[in-house]
Design a protein around this ligand. Structure first.
Ligand code: C2E
Ligand code: MG
Ligand code: MG
Length: 744
């Protein structure tokens, strides 16, 4: 058999593909977009032209797929996958099961647009395809023959014969592209994930069952068989027999499982009694969920035998449904209660969902310790229970996030009044064990009122409102309105923009001169300011993306990139004998990142830059929220010789009390103080006072936003050390900075 012509062609095809995959991997390392693979020693191979023609596309797709698998930004990556495919000349992608399974929703959107052909409803593998006739493969593709070209992506199992079938089926107008190595790895990973999962279930003492409506098969795993006293050789019961074995009073959760699409699942555990083969009655705690994949839809259940446990079933149920720290309900119970309330709700009898989040709770944990943090959360729960109206359900979702669900709401204003009352009660000082002083903590709340849609919809709306409350300065209530959805979309767009820029080298740095006001306005430093080159909108200023980057944590990558660029520039200046300090902005979030300072020290060392040439600008917010990680990051900056200073002074708290917390080397007076100079005596007095205050603390003072000669002269007269503003120069490309005058 191994000697048959078909088998040897298959072996050669496989070898060729392995080499192709290796070449793709090597090319990926080189990243230059080119692969040349000579397959001419395989003259009778049907796949030959396909592989050679499309290997480049394959490499790009492999990269896209890898990112696709790793990233959480699914929509943009799915888009990217499609645009790669278009760029490579394929107009459509046929996605088979390996890729599609976990990314179903995003892919469905793309499929609806006609960008992707999703083969749904059944699991198709490479070996399935092998068994099919070429015409059956072609029929698989909806829209055929209007789909002129086709890329096959992520075929599992036996790829080579599949490719042969497709190539034969498509003739010249079809293209097949195969990511053999990736597909096989995905299969291996999936097998090892399954092993891990079954190991974990065994450790947890959990049995599991699954019901597949297509095959009509109910499967019990070994552990559940053991619990029921069934031997490994006993056949699995059918659904009716299984249900008949459950105590008649406990069959509720098992109704409707025949139809996974309609079965909502029971994400909170339910107790049920079941008769085992020896006739004894066991008590189980169960959960079930419908699981939809691209290829099938099943109901999956987990079961814990609690008959023999010391704890009563009631106690176990309580533990499973409660948040152990506060005793409030947990998220799964809230989901169920909310879904029930929404079912009964009407337009005049709606449900209000209030999401509550403590302001700066992380700081409490960081500075006062977790024990005090826990005590605070417990007190908050007690206060909420006291203050919540009758009929409300309370839950802690995790961390410092609480939720109050109130049915029977006629007007959103009523919910707003109630939420304000909750915040007021939470705001009053509380005594916490271990703290000598009463503690005051504020909270923010987002409210959504509704009577239609799902529990998830209402949660999402309340979440947007909570974001608004936080963004508006915290310690407040915001009620969801439809404009928030648009704003949330705008934020997602901005996030997408930043991610894309980070991926595609779309960030730029412009430099703004900082001059010495005491020495002839000589150029002494330059501030690195980030810009984003958007393919559609052009060069964007930070106000279009920095806030979103902060919210999403992407700012860490942005700051790191800018700093890398700044160090590179510093080295170039050094080489050209230009002695200039480099000022850079760093967000509190970035300093919070434990690896940031370490990476910076490494970059400084590897670029050979002098740490003493670095000026690090932080905001007041950073110093107010100073955590131990931030302090360590700033400490590391100082120890490498960098100076740390305060940006935009005067826009926030404008107190220098945080100098006790961290020594600062310079202070930048915000342009809102500089602008009225010359037109307001008060402004002049304030700036004068600021300068002498900063000098008294040994800080160098820079005035920002200097636009007129009058402002500059007045600042010079007041003894201000440095100036920055359009008068001295706008932010420009490094090549346009007037560094030449330094050499003079
Ligand atoms: P900033 O650090 O206070 O930077 C000064 C801002 O004022 C810059 O705006 C600059 O273009 C503008 N400016 C300077 N002189 C004048 C003037 O005479 N008149 C007026 N009207 N404006 C002037 P830009 O570049 O839009 O940056 C805005 C803010 O974005 C920065 O304020 C900084 O807080 C933030 N930012 C910029 N780059 C980065 C970065 O790499 N990382 C982080 N985390 N934030 C950055
Ligand atoms: Mg700045
Ligand atoms: Mg500033």
């Amino acid at each position: 058999m191994s000697g048959s012509p078909a088998a040897s062609a298959t072996r050669r095809a496989r070898r060729a593909l392995e080499r192709a995959a290796a070449a793709v991997a090597a090319q990926h390392a080189r990243d230059d977009g080119s692969v040349h693979l000579d397959l001419d020693d395989e003259p009778d191979l049907v796949v030959r032209t396909t592989v050679t023609t499309h290997l480049n596309a394959g490499a790009a797709l492999l990269r896209a797929q890898r990112r696709f698998a790793e990233s959480r930004d699914l929509t943009s990556l799915a888009e990217e996958l499609v645009s790669e495919v278009h760029r490579c000349g394929h107009q459509r992608v046929l996605l088979l099961e390996t890729v599609a399974r976990s990314r179903h929703r995003e892919l469905e959107v793309l499929a609806a647009r006609g960008d992707i052909l999703l083969v749904q409803g059944r699991r198709i593998t490479g070996s399935d395809l092998t068994r099919m006739s070429p015409s059956a493969v072609v029929e698989l593709v909806p829209g055929h023959p209007s789909a002129p070209r086709l890329a096959v992506w992520g075929v599992a199992d036996t790829t080579t014969p599949t490719l042969e079938v497709l190539a034969a089926a498509g003739g010249a107008s079809w293209r097949a592209l195969v990511a053999t190595a990736d597909a096989q790895r995905a299969d291996r990973e999936s097998t090892s994930a399954q092993l891990l999962l079954s190991g974990a279930l065994r450790l947890a003492g959990l049995g599991s069952w699954s019901w597949d409506p297509v095959t009509g098969v109910l499967r019990l795993d070994d552990r559940l068989r053991e619990m029921l006293g069934r031997s490994a050789s006993d056949p699995d019961p059918d659904l009716e027999t299984w249900r008949a074995g459950v105590h008649p009073d406990d069959r509720g959760p098992f109704t409707g499982v025949e139809d996974p699409a309609a079965h909502a699942g029971t994400s909170a555990p339910y107790p049920f009694r079941v008769r085992s083969t020896d006739g004894t009655e066991r008590t189980f705690l169960g959960m079930s969920v419908p699981l939809a994949t691209t290829s099938s839809s099943v109901v999956q259940g987990l079961v814990l035998d609690v008959s023999a446990g010391e704890k009563s079933t009631g106690e176990l149920v309580r533990l499973a449904q409660c948040d152990s720290l506060t005793g409030l309900a947990n998220r799964s119970v809230m989901d169920i209660r909310l879904a029930e309330a929404l079912e009964k709700a009407t337009a005049v009898d709606a449900v209000a969902l209030v999401l509550l989040d403590l302001d700066r709770f992380k700081l409490v944990n960081d500075t006062l310790g977790h024990q005090i943090g826990d005590a605070l959360l417990r007190q908050v729960a007690v206060r909420l229970e006291d203050a919540a109206p009758p009929g409300a359900t309370l839950a802690r979702l995790g961390g410092d996030e609480f939720v109050v669900m109130v049915p029977g709401i006629t007007r959103p204003e009523a919910a707003s009044i109630m939420a304000r009352d909750l915040l007021r009660r939470l705001r009053s000082p509380m005594l916490l064990p271990g703290l000598p002083e009463p503690f005051v903590c504020t909270s923010s709340a987002g409210i959504a009122v509704g009577h239609q849609g799902t529990a998830d919809d209402l949660f999402r709306s309340a979440d947007m409102a909570l974001y608004r409350a936080k963004d508006g300065g915290r310690d407040r209530v915001a009620v969801y309105d439809s404009a928030m959805r648009e704003q949330a979309q705008a934020r997602r767009d901005a996030e997408h923009r930043v991610r894309r820029a980070l991926r595609t080298d779309g960030l730029r740095v412009v430099w703004q001169p900082i001059v010495d006001l005491r020495d002839n306005r000589k150029l002494v430093a330059a501030e690195a300011l980030v810009r984003l080159e958007d393919p559609v909108e052009g060069l964007l200023e930070p106000k279009h993306f920095v806030d979103t980057a902060e919210d999403t944590g992407l700012i860490v990558d942005v700051d790191t990139w800018v700093l890398g660029e700044a160090l590179r520039q510093l080295r170039e200046w050094r080489r050209a004998d230009v002695d200039l300090q480099v000022s850079f902005n760093v967000s509190g979030k970035t300093l919070e990142h434990p690896a940031f300072a370490h990476r910076l020290a490494h970059s400084v060392e590897s670029t050979g830059a002098a740490g003493t040439s670095l000026l690090c600008e932080v905001t007041e917010r950073t110093l107010i929220d100073l955590s131990s990680t931030t302090r360590a990051s700033l400490g590391e900056l100082r120890s490498m010789g960098a100076r740390v200073g305060l940006d935009d002074f005067g826009t926030g708290y404008s107190s220098l009390s945080y100098l006790d917390r961290f020594p600062l080397s310079f202070l930048k007076i915000d342009m809102s103080f500089v602008r009225p100079l010359g037109t307001s005596d008060r402004a002049e007095a304030v700036v004068r006072a600021l300068i002498s205050l900063a000098h008294a603390h040994g800080m160098v003072v820079t005035a920002e936003g200097v636009e007129t000669e009058l402002q500059a002269t007045m600042l010079q007269d007041m003894g201000c050390d440095r100036g920055q503003g359009y008068l001295f120069g706008r932010p420009v490309d490094a090549s346009l900075l007037p560094v030449g005058i330094l050499g003079a």
